[in-house]
Ligand binder design. Structure first.
Ligand code: PEP
Ligand code: MN
Length: 338
């Protein structure tokens, strides 16, 4: 439930109520609005609790949260959450955040070439997997720690921020050292130990939707992270498995729109894994931006035909540049800029 405090209630009073709730066995999460503080109360419902809270001095009302996700829900935080990163990059602000780069880190030259190309047309964040979750154990598994070092070198050289995947709970610390955002991939969306570990760190987490996860399961996965104390979660729709085989996945923009509606967290869309086809990525990127999401994650490779993975869905730098210019008008039509 949410305890809505009266405007201008003293911090002391809020603390007293929070302590009272903790003594009763609840976990307490504060959300500071413009005038009011909301106290999120998580735990097993207790009979009569709402009434006794409502009788307390300073409490305006008590609102039950009907959905199973609590901290993630719009009821907990009615306003959009904005995540602040280095270099003045905001995720969830007026400016769309564009993350771009190859599927995998393949070497320093490839990353530098890509980074310079995407930066010159306005992308703020460089992506690239150092640890790659591959369907086949015989496919390229990523450059691992060496790949992380390359990413951080490129960050230093270009000022681009870094998002990269973490695949297991034991690598969280290492990946966090070299990146600005940790990506939890679709295959790990319900790896609850991993979600708890990334919940304990102080770095934003990009949570991809599992390939057969419902919107509720996706939001519950975000709840796992937030319940550990990390409120900086970015939701990423990346397509789901359907019967359709002209595309790799079916990009579910309705899920992105619902996530924006049900949650205060920033939402981005990955049209690359969402379709698997370079030819429709521009169309789906524009559609995603029109939906009202906060950004895109797009695979770009300097020579897609040579890519170690996901070449068919990677844009060339020229195609990416064209897309970025096309997105300007769409962004403006929904009150955003790029
Ligand atoms: C990726 O972004 O490199 C990736 C593997 O994506 P997903 O987890 O969405 O398949
Ligand atoms: Mn990929």
């Amino acid at each position: 439930m949410i305890v809505v405090m009266q405007p201008e209630t003293s911090e002391e009073r809020i603390k007293e109520i929070s302590e009272n709730l903790k003594k009763r066995g609840f976990s307490v999460h504060l959300s500071q609005g413009e005038r009011r503080t909301l106290i999120g109360v998580i735990g097993q419902p207790q009979e009569g609790l709402s009434h006794s809270l409502e009788a307390m001095q300073g409490v305006e009302k008590v609102v039950p949260i009907s959905r199973p996700y609590k901290l993630v829900s719009r009821e907990f935080r009615p306003k959009n959450s904005v995540i602040e990163l280095d270099e003045g990059v905001l995720i969830g602000g007026d400016r769309l955040v564009i993350m771009a780069g190859p599927c995998a880190v393949e070497g320093e030259e490839q990353m530098l070439e890509t980074a310079q190309a995407i930066k010159s047309v306005g992308a703020q964040i460089l992506r690239g997997g150092a640890f790659k979750p591959r369907t086949s154990p015989y496919s390229f598994q990523g450059m691992k720690s060496e790949g992380l070092k390359i990413l951080s070198k490129i960050r230093e050289k270009t000022g681009l921020l870094i998002v990269t995947e973490v695949m297991d709970p034991y690598s969280v610390e290492e990946v966090a050292c070299y990146s600005d955002i940790l990506q939890v991939g679709a295959r790990n969306m319900q790896n609850f130990y991993l979600l708890q570990e990334v919940g304990k760190i102080k770095k934003p987490v990009l949570l991809k939707r599992g390939m057969s996860a419902t919107v509720e399961e996706w939001l519950m996965a975000a709840e796992y992270i937030m319940s550990e104390g990390n409120y900086e979660v970015i939701l990423c729709e990346r397509g789901i498995r359907t019967f359709e085989n002209y595309t790799r996945n079916t990009l579910d923009l309705s899920a992105a729109a619902l996530a924006k509606q049900f949650s205060h967290l920033p939402v981005i869309v990955d049209p690359s894994h969402g379709t698997g086809r370079r030819d429709i990525i521009p169309a789906m990127s524009k559609a995603a931006v029109a939906t009202g999401v906060d950004g895109l994650l797009v695979e770009v490779h300097p020579r897609p035909e040579e890519a170690f993975s996901d070449g068919p869905q990677s844009l060339t730098p020229e195609q990416f540049q064209h897309l970025m210019s096309e997105l300007k008008g769409v962004a403006a039509s929904v009150g955003r800029n790029i």
